[in-house]
Design a protein around this ligand. Sequence first.
Ligand SMILES: NC(=O)c1ccc[n+]([C@@H]2O[C@H](COP(=O)([O-])OP(=O)(O)OC[C@H]3O[C@@H](n4cnc5c(N)ncnc54)[C@H](O)[C@@H]3O)[C@@H](O)[C@H]2O)c1
Length: 275
Amino acid sequence: MGVLDEKVAIVTGSARGIGRATAELLSEHGAKVIINDLDADLAEQAASEIAGETAVYGGDLTKPGAPEALIETAVDAWGKVDIIVNNAGYTIDAPLHKMSDEAFQRMLDIHTIVPFRVVRAAAPHLREPAKAERDQGVEVFRKIVNVSSISGTMGNAGQANYSSGKAGVVGLTKTLAKEWGQFKINVNAVAFGWIETRLTASKDSGNTMQIDGQTVQLGIPDQMRSVASMVIPLGRPGTPEEAAGGVFFLCSPWSNFIHGQVLNITGGQFTGMTT
Ligand SMILES: NC(=O)c1ccc[n+]([C@@H]2O[C@H](COP(=O)([O-])OP(=O)(O)OC[C@H]3O[C@@H](n4cnc5c(N)ncnc54)[C@H](O)[C@@H]3O)[C@@H](O)[C@H]2O)c1
């Protein structure tokens, strides 16, 4: 028996990296999982490699209608939605004085607007059953976990666009927690520090992704990578599995009274401006 048996979870951007590790962990504990990714073939592959029940929505969530189609995939497959992890994301780094309008807008689109549209599309499937349960005097907790970053909560040079998008999703999280707490829908965020994925791998010529026919350079300079052990008290970056552990906690019944919070998953790294 798994703690998430019978739960239906959606994890965006789950073909690789932290999203994939999260989908695997949720599945391992009994959830049926929708795998989504911009890279549709890799999403299909990930779904086929995960042992439990999965379904796939391949597609770019910034496209019109995609968030609604994502939610419909879950409803068509299993009739409901219990858990949403808004994880899909990427970076387009540049110093602010060289940053284009497009690069700024793209980061707001994927990190703030897509999570908004996904939860709005899910609203009837989360709120209506909760109202019925409330009338019956039953408490059933549903979960939304939005993925932010300490770049959003503390700032990071070279990421004015990304940090704005990741700060925006924190505001969304706290407001939605106030609106949907009455329905026992826990809404929380995680702020990852430095997790070893292609986003933090070496910024070499092979580390790129394609979106809308454009090639985007991912990764961080080797000079910065070399300071990891000094700025992280635990002495190294986290693994995708360690990152997924925090998300899993916020999807589990052990977090039912944790609401509107940002959980730092950083190995203790706190380099930046705090409020
Ligand atoms: N790795 C880190 O250190 C770190 C730190 C802070 C926050 N984050 C955040 O964690 C999340 C996961 O990142 P990761 O490090 O696992 O990166 P990753 O590149 O390994 O995985 C992200 C996935 O999201 C997908 N994706 C991107 N844009 C999409 C779109 N428009 N529609 C659908 N899918 C899309 C990508 O194809 C990719 O498979 C992101 O939101 C990222 O910003 C990562």
